[in-house]
Design a protein around this ligand. Sequence first.
Ligand code: AMP
Length: 548
Amino acid sequence: AEFAARADEIEAEPADLKTVGLVANLFEDAGDELSIITRFVQGRVFPAHDGTKLDIGPSLCYEALAKAAGTNVSAEDIEARLADIGEIGAVAEGLDLGGQQGLAAFGAGDGQDGLTVAEVDAELRGLAAAAGAGSTDTKLDTLFGLFNRAEPLEARFLARLVLGEMRIGVGEGTVRDAIAEAFEVSVESVERALQVSNDCGLVAETARDEGTAGLDSVHLEIGRPVKAMLAQAGTAVDALESWNTAAVETKFDGARVQVHYDGDTVQLFSRNLEDVTDPLPEVVEFVDDQLDVPAILDGEVVAIDDAGDPLPFQEILRRFRRKHDVAATREDVAVELNAFDCLHADGEDLLDEPLTARHECLSGLLDAGVSELTITSEADQVADLEAAALEAGHEGIMLKNPESAYTPGNRGQNWLKRKPDVETLDLVVTGAEWGEGRRANVLGTFLLSARDGDDYETLGKVATGITDEELADLHELLEPHVRSETGTEVDIEPAVVFEVGYEEIQASPTYSSGYALRFPRFVGVRADKSPADADSLDRIERLAAGQS
Ligand code: AMP
């Protein structure tokens, strides 16, 4: 009842800062139930690292409420009220619960006092553990028992808790700030401890009982997954401008896995921290075979075809879904691990090490299955790597800050995902340059123009993304249209249209159009288009101005 009253007060408080104060007070007063309360305020029963689910669907909850509300209330009545009121907490609060003396009535008639937070937690954990035949009935009985003993305000928050939505405006950030305020430690040390433990209850207790020194000694633990570090969309320009050099890696089109090896057994966790060890036996075997020391690795599992080429990620999801018939799926589709990060190795946490050091450590641990990391400051090389990744059937590339730490759960600026351009341009080839070295006897760089009435205005050159084979074809295609040559430069009459990807269009005096493409990339020849169908300078102007 005390918890419900506090939650009610927090829900009514509109100001974020005051909310933090109220939650901090609640944490200070929580005593032995602190750990549970840090979770309950967020509408969760299990710590974030624990993938266990309550698995209570709305209909089970309605049924339990109806049962506790008496013989003349049905689950349909509850649904009707919900449609009216719009929120299950309010519906539960408005019911006349309790007094049901049925056999299954938890605690009925034995003189127990009101519900405690610890009891609710224990009951819900028991409920989550129920499995197999009859488990739905067990769940229903447990829920009914809890609702049957609940006061109206308690019922409001109990209903929301079992459905996983507390709706009192308390998220992870509030809990972090409230722990810091309640136990007089810095937000940064709470944040760090939360990242490595993924357990707000543990962090709150540690802050209270051992202060900053305790928080600083919280480490990664094998078997306790942390949140995955996330990426933002970004471009090669963003990456090179911010970091000068970028670490470039293939973006694998599969599913994220965090590998935990304690020296004996392997556990695999998905991006939402569910245990996916059983559905991925060949990854378990691979890791078991390769690793000699305890470690935590981050990577992507990818489905591959017989030739070892990547298949779309849906194939991996099929594997995750078919948990119970892995043998059959295993025959259908093979999967392999592409490890790209190492968070812990042989007793050492590596989160604060730079990416390059972590990757080096990873390469030392595994003989195979490690992503290739290329450090470059050349935009052209980034474009080449991207073209190669796409050519090999991957999704694109990732750009990472070589100096950056591993920040669990953080969608920061240190990892950028660069997917292929959605938009391409169709441009006319109006010139070319002879290649160099190995490519000296073919045209290698192509001057691109946009249509402007009957004229053509240049806006860039493309040399990237073209294979040797394609170069030979392009040479043959363009040679009949060569008008003149000066030095290595060739003037070509407008005849051939290229589809070209790019990152940005900039105003630039370099080309006659007044614009320049940044990082143009050859996509293909538009044999179906004539120069008259190519993109116009108008369109380029609109794109440059940020319109489509
Ligand atoms: P997205 O799902 O589009 O937000 O892209 C981020 C996801 O790409 C990550 O969560 C990973 O699952 C996946 N990914 C594939 N290759 C890599 C890589 N080399 N580094 C980091 N993440 C990768």
